[in-house]
Design a binder for this molecule. Structure first.
Ligand code: ADP
Ligand code: GLC
Length: 490
């Protein structure tokens, strides 16, 4: 199959979260399965710098609001997956992150920046594309930034029904990010005014890119089986639950895998010491090196709780803040925090570190190397998300012998088996699941984790159960292939 994989971020070119990890690893898996897949991504400066062997491919004209863009083609570092980047200094040559400035404020013209990503993807997915020798069978869209691809394909087919075009799949990685913009953007984006209605792009008076994807795509998926059901309910649907329920039978929930070469404690390039499920002793050395680096006191018997996260409401870390002092003072824990996001969370974690300088290290930054060191050096990983479409960190926790404490939602529910007598007895326990999402349950689940940590035999069992899970992309990539085929045969 020929697949165009459209994404606003892909590791290692550019990353703000799990979508980048997926966009780096899933296409590589598809390539290994023998499919002809290409990534399409905005040409941010870092992307243009990191693509290997890039060269000019073609120019696309008649782009809404701007005359033309150039498309470059090159390869992803390491995996060699072909990647096409849209070169437009006007749209993408900006300092700081892909979505906003250094203070986290979204760029005012994100509607155009990602509308054009979508428009270009649609144009490249039709027989009249200037890239004549490579027309995809299917265009795989990811999150709101690509939500207009299915919409543009729908309108283009309407205007020129005889021209063959690709089918579309829209994958939802997070319903919380909707890409809502004022309807004034309809004109600049060349979107038909009549599409701005309930049966179309309109969402509470706004133009919603996420809704566009969900409404117009030929196929829909999300990143875990549990989340595929949750988003059809009011609590998780962000106002789109009815639309999702209408298409409920079509939504495939496929759990993400991850890049097990990048995330492997036996070979991790960021670690001084290595370990695996058979020889786990090296983990203690990694922990000591981490404690020393972070300036925390070293006590072998003190559990180190790790957090690597966007600091937002979704991730539920306000609950950790509420019980942190109890964990430190009564349960003798240490905490290693890495993350950034809402200022109030950043401040509170910094205050905690000031109050307990030997127990708590707060690092407000995005730091790939430190994320690997904390994942490997911590004993327990804390992830009490209020909702979690899939979540990758809990899976990295499994792989690194750092059993996670998680809430019972989305991909967390689908990837972690709670430890109890039965699951420890039959060697399936991999972590600690909070039955409900509140501070009390977080404290209770973390306490259970700490008790198990102090029981060496049980702990080793839980660690190795997790480390032996097959978490690479092979199974899930095969499921995507089956879904692609289903959409093409519709
Ligand atoms: P989400 O995409 O919702 O943020 P995931 O668990 O799916 O959550 O993926 C988050 C990814 O981003 C993981 O690879 C995680 O290690 C990484 N990450 C999050 N915050 C940081 C940070 N401050 N520094 C380095 N990596 C981070
Ligand atoms: C989103 C979700 C996260 C998921 C990731 C990759 O960022 O918040 O749960 O793992 O996408 O699919």
């Amino acid at each position: 199959m020929r697949i165009l994989f459209v994404t606003p971020e892909a590791f290692p070119l550019i990353k703000t979260g799990g979508l980048a990890d997926v966009s780096g690893a899933l296409p590589a898996s598809m390539k290994r399965l023998g499919h002809d897949i290409r990534i399409l991504i905005p040409g941010y400066p870092t992307v243009l710098k990191k693509i290997i062997n890039s060269s000019f491919l073609c120019t696309l004209y008649n782009i809404p609001s701007i005359e033309a863009v150039n498309i470059l083609i090159g390869e992803m570092p390491d995996t060699g997956v072909p990647v096409m980047a849209i070169q437009s200094d006007l749209l993408y040559d900006r300092p700081s992150g892909p979505y906003g400035d250094e203070n986290g404020k979204d760029w005012d013209d994100n509607a155009i920046r990602f509308g054009i990503l979508s428009f270009v993807a649609a144009r490249l997915s039709r027989e009249d594309s200037p890239m004549k020798d490579w027309i995809p069978d299917l265009v795989h869209c990811n999150d709101w930034q690509t939500g207009l691809v299915p919409a543009y394909l729908h309108f283009m087919r309407h205007d020129h029904p005889k021209i063959k075009q690709a089918k579309s799949l829209f994958s939802i990685h997070n319903m919380a990010f909707q890409g809502c913009h004022t309807p004034q953007w309809l004109g600049p984006l060349n979107l038909p005014a009549k599409s701005f209605q309930i049966e179309g792009l309109e969402y509470y008076g706004q133009l919603s890119f996420l809704k566009a994807g969900i409404f117009y795509a030929d196929g829909l998926s999300t990143v875990s089986p549990t989340y595929s059901k949750e988003i059809q309910k009011k609590e998780y649907g962000f106002g789109l639950q009815e639309l999702l329920t209408k298409r409920g039978n079509e939504i495939h929930g496929i759990l993400n895998g991850f890049d097990t070469k990048e995330w492997n404690p036996a070979t991790d390039k960021y670690l001084e010491y290595h370990y695996n499920d058979k020889k786990i002793a090296g983990k203690a050395k990694v922990k000591n090196a981490l404690l020393a680096k972070l300036g925390l006191t070293i006590h072998a018997k003190t559990p180190l709780l790790g957090v690597i996260s966007r600091l937002t409401y979704q991730k539920g870390l306000d609950m950790l803040l509420e019980c942190a002092e109890t964990l430190i003072e009564h349960h003798h824990c240490q905490l290693a925090i890495l993350g950034s996001g809402e200022k109030s969370f950043e401040q509170s974690f910094q205050n905690l570190a000031k109050k307990f300088p030997e127990q708590v290290s707060t690092n407000i930054e995005y730091n790939e190397e430190l994320s690997h060191k904390i994942m490997a050096g911590s004993d327990i990983f804390i992830m009490p998300s209020r909702f979690e479409p899939c979540g990758l960190n809990q899976m990295y926790g499994l792989r690194y012998g750092t059993p996670p404490v998680v809430s019972n939602t989305g991909g967390l529910a689908d990837s972690i088996v709670d430890s109890n007598e039965v699951t420890i007895g039959n060697d399936t326990a991999t972590g600690f699941v909070m039955p409900e999402i509140n501070t009390y349950q977080l404290l209770a689940a973390t306490r259970r984790a700490i008790n198990s940590f102090h029981d060496e035999t049980t702990w080793k069992k839980i660690q190795t159960n997790g480390m032996r899970q097959n978490l690479d992309w092979s199974n899930s990539a095969q499921r995507y292939v089956e879904m692609y085929e289903e959409i093409l045969n519709k």
